[in-house]
Write a protein that binds this ligand. Structure first.
Ligand SMILES: NC(=O)c1ccc[n+]([C@@H]2O[C@H](COP(=O)([O-])OP(=O)(O)OC[C@H]3O[C@@H](n4cnc5c(N)ncnc54)[C@H](O)[C@@H]3O)[C@@H](O)[C@H]2O)c1
Length: 309
C-alpha cells in the first residue's frame, strides 16, 4: 500500500507553508511545483532536512515540472499573483486565470483521478476556471475560502469573549470577498448562541472585521497577503479528503440549484470525504440572509462572466 500523494502548485508563501503543514501532519508525500528555477527544490530540501528534528517521515520533492506530480490524490493550486496593498481581488483576475488554466491542464494530464483544491484568487472564479479546464465532475474541484473566513470569524469571537477558539462554532457563506455572509444564527460558543454572549453592536464589529480580515493583513504586511491561515485551511480540506473524514466544512462548491444558485462556485457547507464534495448541505435562511447570499452571488457571477471561461 503506497502513501498518499499531495501536490502543491505554487511554492510561494501559501504553497510552501501548505507543504509544511501537510508534511508535518504526515498526510502523504508532498510535491511542490513552481516556475521559479531552484526555489521549490530548495524549499523541499529544507523541509526534508527538518524531518529528523520534527520527526515526520514523508518525502517532499520540489520541481519545475509535472512528471513528479503523477498520480497525486489531492492537488492544491496556489499559483498566481498575491494581492498587493490597494489592489482588489478582481484586479488579479485576468493574470491568474491564465496561470490557473495552464496549471490545471498540466495537473490533470498527470493526475487524472485527483481532487483539486483551488486557493488562488479571486477564489470563486479561479475554482470555476479549474473546473472548466479540468473537465472534472463537480465533486472533484473545490475552492478554499470558507474555512479561512470561518476561522477568522471564530478567532474574533474568541478574542471578544476571551475564550478558547476551540469552543467557537461558526459558519460563513458566500463568495470570498467583502460580500461574504457570516451566519450569526448558526454561530455558537460551547453550544450557546453568540447572540446570548455578545452585544449586537459588538457582533456587528466582529462581522465587519471578518469581512476585511484579508485586507487587514495585507495592509500590515505591505508586501504580500496572509499565508499561515490560508495554507492551514487548504490543508484541513486536504486532510478531510485524504482521511475520508466526512467533515462538514464551508467550501466553494459548484452549485446547480442549491441556494437558488446555478453555474457558480460559491461558499456553502459541504461534507468532505474521499470522494471530495460528497454532499452540499442546504441550511434554511431568513429573508435577510437570502438577500445577502444573492447579493454576494451577483458579485461572483460578474467576475466569472467577465472572463468568458
Ligand atoms: N483563497 C484564499 O482565501 C486565499 C488566501 C491567501 C492567498 N490566496 C491567493 O493564493 C495565491 C498565492 O498567494 P501567495 O501569498 O502564496 O503568493 P506568492 O507570490 O508568495 O506565491 C505564488 C507563487 O506562484 C508561483 N507561480 C506563478 N505562476 C506559476 C505557474 N504558472 N506555475 C507554477 N507556479 C506559478 C510564483 O512563482 C510564486 O512562487 C494568490 O492568488 C493569493 O491571492 C488566496
Amino acid at each position: 500500500m503506497g502513501r498518499k500523494k499531495i501536490t502543491v502548485v505554487g511554492a510561494g508563501n501559501v504553497g510552501a507553508t501548505a507543504a509544511h503543514w501537510a508534511a508535518e501532519k504526515e498526510l502523504g508525500d508532498v510535491v511542490l511545483v513552481d516556475i521559479i528555477e531552484g526555489m521549490p527544490q530548495g524549499k523541499a530540501l529544507d523541509l526534508m532536512e527538518a524531518r529528523p528534528v520534527e520527526g515526520f517521515d514523508v518525502s517532499i520533492t520540489g520541481t519545475n515540472g509535472y512528471e513528479e506530480t503523477a498520480g497525486s490524490d489531492v492537488v492544491i493550486i496556489t499559483s498566481g499573483l498575491p494581492r498587493k496593498p490597494g489592489m482588489s481581488r478582481d484586479d488579479l483576475l485576468q493574470k491568474n486565470k491564465e496561470i490557473v488554466a495552464s496549471v490545471t491542464k498540466a495537473v490533470v494530464k498527470n493526475s487524472p483521478d485527483c481532487i483539486i483544491i483551488v486557493v488562488s484568487n479571486p477564489l470563486d472564479t479561479m475554482s470555476y476556471v479549474a473546473k472548466a479546464v479540468s473537465g472534472f465532475p463537480k465533486n472533484r474541484v473545490m475552492g478554499m475560502a470558507g474555512v479561512l473566513d470561518t476561522a477568522r470569524f471564530k478567532v474574533f469571537v474568541a478574542m471578544e469573549l476571551n475564550v478558547s477558539v476551540e469552543d467557537v462554532q461558526a459558519l460563513v457563506l458566500g463568495g470570498h470577498g467583502d460580500s461574504m455572509v457570516p451566519l450569526i444564527r448558526y454561530s455558537t460558543v460551547a453550544g450557546i448562541p453568540i447572540t446570548e454572549l455578545i452585544a449586537e453592536d459588538r457582533i456587528k464589529a466582529v462581522v465587519a472585521r471578518t469581512r476585511k480580515a484579508g485586507g487587514e493583513i495585507v495592509s500590515l504586511l505591505k508586501t504580500g497577503s496572509a499565508f499561515y491561515s490560508p495554507s492551514a485551511s487548504g490543508v484541513q480540506m486536504a486532510e478531510a479528503i485524504l482521511k475520508d473524514k466526512k467533515r462538514i466544512l464551508p467550501c466553494a462548491a459548484y452549485l446547480e440549484g442549491e441556494y437558488d444558485l446555478n453555474d457558480i462556485f460559491f461558499g456553502v457547507p459541504v461534507i468532505l470525504g474521499a470522494n471530495g464534495i460528497e454532499k452540499i448541505i442546504e441550511v434554511s435562511l431568513t429573508e435577510e440572509e437570502k438577500a445577502a447570499v444573492q447579493q454576494s452571488a451577483v458579485e461572483v457571477k460578474q467576475s466569472i462572466q467577465s472572463l468568458n471561461v
